[in-house]
Write a protein that binds this ligand. Structure first.
Ligand SMILES: [Zn+2]
Length: 334
């Protein structure tokens, strides 16, 4: 087991987590500079937010500490707040493969030259199991632990998670933090923890989206079901759109599509028939011709009636004909 990563490896871990989360990244510092400064924006219209990230290894507290105590040891330039930027103190645990984040305000006034910030092993394990976990650190602060897939979701919500009333955040996040005692087999399941109000909700929504996306991409072996391209440009599309009543996050309500075919699918240029063949909209193409925006149409027309190139191996992951039909109805496919 790797005990700690080099600065370069930590940085790579940080950016690879962000690159897989769909946010736009602008690097504001050279690779050797600390802290990392990065601007992130989510979605086409998202305002970019500048983050200053202090990144350390999370290691065990040492032989004199309890088995449950993990921590980061702050050295060098200590985190301080800069107006207009969000400062994040982030640890990476090579042992549990999760990040943990602390708010910067908490330790600004510490006098020690080498303070440490703690996180319990149970919190790290909970994040490994569930994706996200939080715990009160006492003194009115919250430490949040999370899987790499949620790093972008955590960063854009970090202020809310750390700066809000800790009691409130804890109350909201409590359900997604498992009790330290594992329930007996056969014990009744707790209700679905993902319907969270206010602050934690955005992260919970992203967690669901990440989980759906991961299952769909795995089911299609990370290739577009229409053209077969891989190259990490594949996205998970809902067959029955999310906004449609009864839409689910089951893998069988998903298709793995490359970015171009995903867009074409959402714009009603192409569809997938219940018999797993591709359909191309003649109506939509004629509209585009009228607008003089039809260059490349031959590429699409070739696909009309072609069988999908990829179908999940597991029967239960395959799109159901009912979903495919409903997806066409919901998009007013013609
Ligand atoms: Zn494709």
């Amino acid at each position: 087991m790797v005990d700690r990563l080099s600065s370069r490896e930590l940085r790579e871990r940080f950016f690879s987590a962000l690159e897989n989360s769909g946010v736009e990244i602008v690097h504001l510092t050279a690779p050797s500079e600390k802290p990392i400064r990065v601007a992130l924006s989510a979605g086409t219209f998202g305002e970019p937010v500048v983050f200053r990230v202090f990144l350390w290894n999370i290691t065990h507290g040492g032989a004199t500490r309890s088995e449950d105590e993990f921590r980061i040891q702050l050295t060098g330039s200590l985190p301080d707040d800069v107006a207009g930027e969000t400062t994040i103190v982030l640890g990476w645990s090579p042992a549990f493969e999760v990040f943990a984040g602390w708010s910067a305000r908490d330790h600004q006034n510490r006098v020690s030259r080498s303070p440490s910030l703690q996180v319990k092993k149970t919190t790290l394990v909970a994040a490994y199991d569930l994706g996200l976990a939080a715990a009160s650190r006492g003194g009115g602060d919250v430490v949040v632990a999370l899987k790499p897939e949620l790093l972008a979701a955590y960063l854009v919500n970090a202020d809310k998670l750390h700066m809000a009333d800790p009691e409130e955040v804890l109350a909201e996040i409590e359900l997604i933090t498992p009790a330290s005692n594992v329930p007996e087999p056969g014990a009744p399941m707790t209700p679905s923890p993902w319907v969270r109000p206010t602050h934690v909700r955005e992260i919970a929504v992203q967690l669901r989206a990440w989980d759906f996306s991961k299952r769909v991409l795995d089911a299609y072996d990370h290739g577009c079901c229409i053209c077969g391209i891989e190259l990490m440009v594949i996205e998970a599309a809902h067959i029955v759109p999310v906004a449609w009543p009864g839409s689910t996050d089951e893998t069988s309500n998903g298709l793995a599509l490359c970015a171009v075919h995903h867009k074409a699918y959402d714009k009603k240029l192409i569809s997938v028939n219940p018999d797993y063949t591709v359909a191309v909209s003649a109506n939509r193409l004629s509209q585009l011709r009228a607008l003089n925006r039809s260059a490349g149409e031959d590429e699409l027309i070739q696909l009309d009636g072609a069988p999908l190139l990829r179908i999940p191996a597991a029967t239960e992951d395959r799109p159901t004909p009912a979903n495919l039909l409903l997806g066409q109805v919901a998009r007013n496919w013609d």
